[in-house]
Design a protein. Sequence first.
Length: 267
Amino acid sequence: MKSLHNGEFFGQTNETLRFDGLTITDTEYTHPYVDWHYHENAYFTFLLQGNMTEGNKKEIYDCPAGTLLYHHWEDAHYNIKPDIFTRGFHLELTEDWFEKFQISKDSVEGSFNLKNPALKLLMYRIFKETKIHDSSFELSVHELLLHIFDQLSDKSCNSDKKPGWIRKVDDILHESFTEKLSLTELSKTLDIHPVHLSRGFQKHFQCTLGMYVRKLKINKSLPLLSTHQSLAEVALECGFADQSHFIRSFKEGMGITPLQYRNLMKK
């Protein structure tokens, strides 16, 4: 089985940044099939454009644009890519990075498809920082990455003991976030009191239901901005009331406008 070293990925890597134990790459995937392999370091894969399938010893993931995966070091997997342009953003972490920031390398183990939109928005912001690449971008990347690991290691988010309705409401929101949702309808569907739903949701997701839905909408919009759709079309497809609402929500979540982000994707 092939082992890939620091900064090594299958495909055409168009940009590589290295600093303080991190290696960040922007790679176009060119192989239709990549056999079982593993990487010597832990890393995140963030699919910016296209689509692929990834399989490991436990699961197989369909990975459209916007998918965020985490791989522990030496965790074996394989990839299948359809005949379309596919681009991935990787953030690789050496053992030195974990030691420097006093994070146990075993705090997060295995491979995960990270569905939480808050984590995806944090990774999009890291991507944005690497493209802006100003004098403070390294500081910003470390801060955002530490925030990601803080949420990943939060026992309230990852405990197997969390109530079943939490997973159910998460599934409902992911399936229906572009539609109009109400607290009363959700509470009836889940058969729990609205107050308990609101309080429990904030405990496990560190945000309100409304904020979570807004993050899901913004996450859906990000890969669409790499196409030639108008902002009004993107706003409609993602469930925003109108283009103005989309632009305002996007800037609150990302710190830049949708058009500014579209331009960053071209770099």
